[in-house]
Write a protein that binds this ligand. Structure first.
Ligand SMILES: Cc1cc2nc3c(=O)[nH]c(=O)nc-3n(C[C@H](O)[C@H](O)[C@H](O)COP(=O)(O)OP(=O)(O)OC[C@H]3O[C@@H](n4cnc5c(N)ncnc54)[C@H](O)[C@@H]3O)c2cc1C
Length: 440
């Protein structure tokens, strides 16, 4: 029997799943894709997260090609299968690309000798699709699926799913109309824009989730010249180190160069830090900033623990800034104001160490070793405390087909599961489609 398939979310994951199905002879008429955004002919650039190809539709168009990047994949599929699935996603992007010959792969191959004694450098290939082409890709891809009979329901927000009776309930955002659809198999692919809805379902059905790690650290800032040797090899370099026996690993995260600014993030009323780079030369400040993020495993309630650390690292309603050189102070934002922070002196670092409950020493060691690797750095740096990533829950799924353990016809994929990027999201979805094809 061919089953009715409903896909919630026409993002990278949903679209790759449908493509795998119809490419293998699954009748398109049995596939319905519901999305709260618009079709690619009507989607506006400011609609960053919703519509055909979802967040991938107006993304940077970088397709990372490594199982250690972009979220959880090989845990479910195994390493070899993961690479094969990612290949399929990249092939799809090339296939619908108006100029596939322009899709280039950058692949830095070897770690430079000078960092080797202290750090690993994560090197991975990236396929560059080109942001400018994404809209054309989306149109070609959409036309193909429509030609195969796939039914798209646009501008309709799904607000409830009845897992017991296999019903999806939505509401049109343009007319005051309720929408209902029954399914045999459901692919839940709502991405980041649907994360609250995913949480709502998780609460409603008490869906068990996977244990998560804590992701916390600092935003480090220094003049770019000290890191130039490494930036020339890898622009967004990823230094890392691992303490397997302690359940701790550290990595430099999201490096910004040339016109690099530290940004304040306000979450739950507290300040933490992040960074961004401006493209316009007028903003050039020749600074580099990156997160030094720790992943800490084995903490019982990672969310509560992280929030507590963040709270303890606030003074006068803002986060902290520290530099070993007292003459340094927090730098300017791209708008010209000072990055909101309270400057602490060396003696006050003890409060930070206490707040991090022993884990801050890993960051201090990381910085000490950077001073060895980049010998001109000295004390010409500062750090903004804390930087934090609150991870969304990853529901427990059957590793064979990413179906909920209690609802074997409901599959979670993409950023709504554990992905954080285009290739992994698409790969998870193709994996599910292959399983559906096997048992159709
Ligand atoms: C600005 C930006 C740049 C990025 N650049 C890159 C990059 O260069 N490389 C990379 O790998 N990743 C990048 N990403 C991340 C990448 O886009 C996502 O990881 C990927 O798109 C996730 O795919 P997905 O299908 O899970 O979700 P999405 O692609 O986000 O799709 C989810 C879809 O679900 C729909 N939806 C959500 N809730 C509902 C609901 N209740 N009812 C109906 N429809 C719903 C949304 O409208 C959306 O179309 C970027 C993200 C952003 C925002």
């Amino acid at each position: 029997m061919d089953k009715k398939i409903v896909i919630v979310g026409a993002g990278v994951a949903g679209i790759n799943a449908a493509t795998k199905l119809v490419d293998n002879g699954y009748p398109g008429e049995l596939i319905t894709i519901i999305d709260m955004g618009k079709d690619p002919y009507n989607r506006l650039p400011e609609e960053v997260m919703t519509g055909m190809l979802g967040a991938g539709g107006w993304s940077d168009g970088k397709l990372t090609y490594h199982t250690a990047i972009g979220g959880v994949l090989s845990k479910y599929t195994g390493e070899e299968k993961a690479m094969e699935l990612m290949d399929q996603v990249i092939t799809n992007f090339k296939r619908f690309h108006p100029k596939p010959e322009e899709v280039q792969c950058s692949n830095p191959e070897s770690e430079p000798e000078f960092i080797k004694p202290y750090f690993g450098l994560r090197l991975f290939p990236v396929w560059h699709v080109g942001t400018d082409y994404l809209s054309e890709i989306a149109k070609n891809w959409y036309d193909y699926l429509v030609s195969k009979g796939v039914k798209f329901i646009w501008e309709t927000k799904v607000h409830a799913i009845d897992f017991e009776n296999c019903r999806v309930l939505g509401k049109s955002l343009v007319e005051n109309l309720e929408y209902e659809r029954v399914y045999d198999d459901l692919i839940f692919a709502v991405g980041k824009s649907g994360i609250d809805f995913a949480q709502q379902l998780a609460n409603e059905y008490s869906l068990p989730d996977e244990p998560k790690s804590v992701q916390i650290g600092v935003r480090f800032e220094a003049p770019q010249k000290h890191f130039q040797k490494l930036i020339d090899i890898s622009y967004d370099f990823k230094l890392y180190r691992k303490f397997e026996d302690k359940g701790v690993s550290l990595r430099s995260f999201c490096t910004n160069n040339n016109a690099a600014y530290v940004a304040v993030e306000e979450t739950y009323g507290d300040h933490s830090y992040n960074g961004h780079a401006k493209k316009d030369e007028a903003y050039r400040n020749d600074m580099t900033n990156f997160g030094i993020l720790m992943e800490i495993n084995g903490i019982e309630d990672p969310f509560k623990w992280s929030r507590n650390v963040v709270k303890k690292c606030q003074m006068l309603n803002t986060g902290l800034y520290y530099s070993p050189n007292i003459k340094n102070s927090a730098s300017k934002t791209s708008e010209g104001g000072k990055v909101s922070s309270y400057q602490i002196v060396t003696a006050e670092l003890n409060k930070v160490r206490e707040a991090f409950e022993g884990y801050f020493e890993y960051i201090e060691d990381f910085i000490e070793d950077m001073k060895e690797v980049f010998p001109t750095l000295g004390d010409e740096w500062g750090m903004y405390i804390p930087e934090v990533k609150y991870l969304s829950p990853e529901v427990k799924v059957d590793y064979k087909n990413l179906a909920l353990v209690d609802y074997p016809n409901v599959h979670f994929v993409g950023d709504a599961l554990s992905a954080r990027g285009i290739t992994v999201s698409g790969a998870q979805a193709i994996y599910v489609a292959e399983n559906i094809l096997e048992f159709k």
